[in-house]
Design a binder for this molecule. Structure first.
Ligand SMILES: [Zn+2]
Length: 214
């Protein structure tokens, strides 16, 4: 491209102007300047820097931690399924008699049967149902089981419950442990068990227990 052509090109790209004074005339003066690149003597070799790549050893894949279940968690509850299709509420060593109606302090009468059993013996749901935990001065740590059979069962003096209100449990499922909370404190550990047909008044559960715990 010649000089004239360059000037034309330079003008062509300028924005259009109204005043002649604003016209920029590009004079492309020919130049003979050709700078010579003079480098200083340079013998020293720059040390070649090789960045040290510190190779990190690939992290060893961590072995997946084994979930070691506590023996107490995996210990099978040996719930006893009685002849009537109900589980014995105490899954372990137990003894009971028909003490329903026995006089109690304050003119009250015993509303269930007391199943004597060592502290910590598993207590299970006699049938499938829904849990309603409870606490009272007399019953201590206790719970209601609203069975799918339409009946309600009451378990009292537990050392602790392992289910919560609204929880659905299956027949024979662990729900609590034997203790002596409430007014049983200081006395022998046992499960106070009540049976309420249709959710009504308590009836003597002895025959029920004999069949379930035979
Ligand atoms: Zn009792």
């Amino acid at each position: 491209m010649g000089v004239a052509a360059l000037a034309v090109t330079a003008l062509a790209v300028l924005p259009p102007v109204d005043s002649a004074a604003d016209v920029l005339v590009v004079r492309a003066a020919p130049t003979s300047y050709s700078p010579t690149l003079v480098l200083p003597p340079h013998d020293e070799r720059e040390p070649v820097r090789t960045p040290k790549v510190v190779k990190k050893p690939a992290p060893k894949p961590k072995p997946r931690p084994r979930v070691v279940k506590r023996a107490s968690r995996t210990r099978a509850i040996e719930a006893d399924l009685g002849s009537g299709g109900y589980y014995c509420p105490v899954a372990g060593k137990r003894s009971f008699s028909d003490d329903f109606g026995d006089p109690r302090p304050g003119g009250r009468h015993h509303q269930g049967n007391d199943i004597l059993s060592p502290r910590g013996t598993p207590i299970v749901a006699v049938t499938a149902g829904t849990i309603q935990t409870d606490y009272s001065a007399n019953g201590g740590i206790s719970l209601f089981l609203h069975g799918v059979d339409g009946n309600t069962y009451f378990y009292a003096h537990n050392s602790r419950n392992v289910v919560s209100s609204g929880q659905h449990v299956s027949a024979g499922q662990l729900i609590a442990y034997v203790g002596n909370t409430g007014d049983a404190r200081g006395g022998p550990t046992h499960l106070h068990f009540e049976r309420h047909p249709g959710g009504g008044a308590a009836v003597d559960p002895y025959a029920f227990l004999v069949r379930a715990c035979r």
